[in-house]
Design a protein around this ligand. Structure first.
Ligand code: UTP
Length: 289
């Protein structure tokens, strides 16, 4: 019997330096794709995977992320008074079960591994998901749902993986692979941001994970890795050989919204999926070719 997956950690304490000045006074995860902030895509995806409890790892200047999922009494009352039913309906996805979102403060952004360790009391002894909201996945089945299903199949740790150009391995966590059936691949090793010549493969982890709570014990050692940060990849690598560990080639297209080009591409791809926008977007795109 697998322990059910009910918890998700959303690390949102990064500085977002690649998006300055936009991220000077607002969180990167509040940037919208079309009309919805990145954080809401992540929470909706997690809900669709059966997640009931959320922990945001936040830092200074990130209060809007929490406010976004609160009740906005004045706004809602005004919209009701003015019969703005469409606008009221647009707020639906921001409603959450009372008490289902907790926050912890990272205080100093010492790396993703450190951010996850900050959620240790929330995680306790349970398996948990991680969603990096700046990775957005457009897919028929939500990406975390695919991972949760794979976890029920294999048990242990499952991370979403995708092939990247070899010259980009120094941007990602990269797998050393074992048995591979084309969908699920056994993880034999993990390296954070290897130079292309040292990369054991070109299979990279994206920002969706299902992990076992034992990773926290390894992160607690606070060993610094690539970029002098406490790397989640290094903590996960310590689990290999002790617990099942698989990569899942998910169905879907990932957009790295922490990067300007990925973010711009996501705007177009998500707008083209919206029936009320698609034709107009296609028409204006033609004028730029
Ligand atoms: P990034 O590597 O994208 O870093 O973090 P960043 O600070 O957000 O952005 P840049 O590179 O300066 O532009 C990946 C994810 O991990 C979180 C970020 O919020 C993001 O969701 N993170 C990163 C933390 O929560 N704490 C950290 O110390 C580092």
């Amino acid at each position: 019997m697998r322990k059910p997956l009910r918890k998700a950690v959303l690390p949102v304490a990064g500085l977002g330096t690649r998006f300055l000045p936009a991220t000077k006074a607002t969180a990167k995860e509040m940037l919208p794709v079309v009309d919805k902030p990145l954080i809401q895509y992540a929470i909706e995806e997690a809900r669709a995977a059966g997640i009931e409890q959320f922990c945001m790892v936040t830092g200074r200047g990130k209060t809007a992320l929490v406010e976004h999922f609160d009740v906005a009494y004045e706004l809602e009352a005004t919209l009701r008074e003015r019969d703005k039913t469409d606008a009221l309906a647009a707020l639906k996805g921001t409603q959450t079960e009372p008490g289902s979102i907790v926050t912890v403060r990272q205080q100093v952004p010492l790396g993703l591994g450190h951010a996850i360790w900050c959620a240790r009391a929330f995680i306790g002894d349970d398996p948990f998901a991680i969603l990096l909201p700046d990775d957005l996945v457009l897919s028929d089945t939500p990406c975390l749902r695919q991972l949760a299903d794979a976890y029920m199949e294999t048990g242990g740790n499952v991370v979403a993986v995708t092939e990247v150009p070899r010259e980009h391995t120094n941007r990602y966590g990269i797998l050393a692979t074992g048995k591979d059936d084309g969908r699920l691949v056994e993880v034999k090793g993990l390296v954070e941001k290897p130079a292309p010549k040292d990369a054991p493969s070109n299979l990279s982890i994206i920002g969706r994970y299902v992990l076992m709570p034992e990773v926290i014990g390894h992160l607690a050692k606070m060993e610094r890795g690539a970029g002098n940060e406490v790397q989640l990849t290094d903590g996960m690598a310590k689990l290999i050989g002790h617990q099942p560990f698989h990569g899942l080639r998910y169905e879907g297209r990932r957009f790295d919204c922490g990067d300007k080009i990925g973010y711009l591409e996501a705007q177009i791809a998500f707008a083209l999926k919206r029936p009320e926008l698609a034709d107009a977007v296609r028409a204006f795109l033609k004028t730029y070719s």
